[in-house]
Write a protein that binds this ligand. Structure first.
Ligand SMILES: [Zn+2]
Length: 71
């Protein structure tokens, strides 16, 4: 079992990841102007960075707390 903090970080990561995949999907289906595309692209990039941050926060916690169980 993961500890409560790890579970929280995992839930947070999943939420951000879902948001990112949604934005990436929208981006792929976007048929708007170049400006619209750039705005959507920037948004997706921001979410991607947030996604990586959330994942590294989880990995960092697991390392420091030692609550990492191989999945
Ligand atoms: Zn932990």
């Amino acid at each position: 079992m993961e500890c409560a903090t790890a579970q929280l970080l995992l839930v947070n990561y999943s939420a951000v990841a879902m948001e990112y995949f949604g934005a990436a999907d929208d981006l792929a289906n976007l048929v708007g102007s170049k400006d619209e595309f750039e705005v959507a692209q920037r948004y997706a990039q921001q979410l991607h960075a947030k996604c990586r941050e959330a994942l590294s926060a989880l990995e960092k916690h697991r390392l420091e707390h030692g609550c990492n169980r191989a999945t």
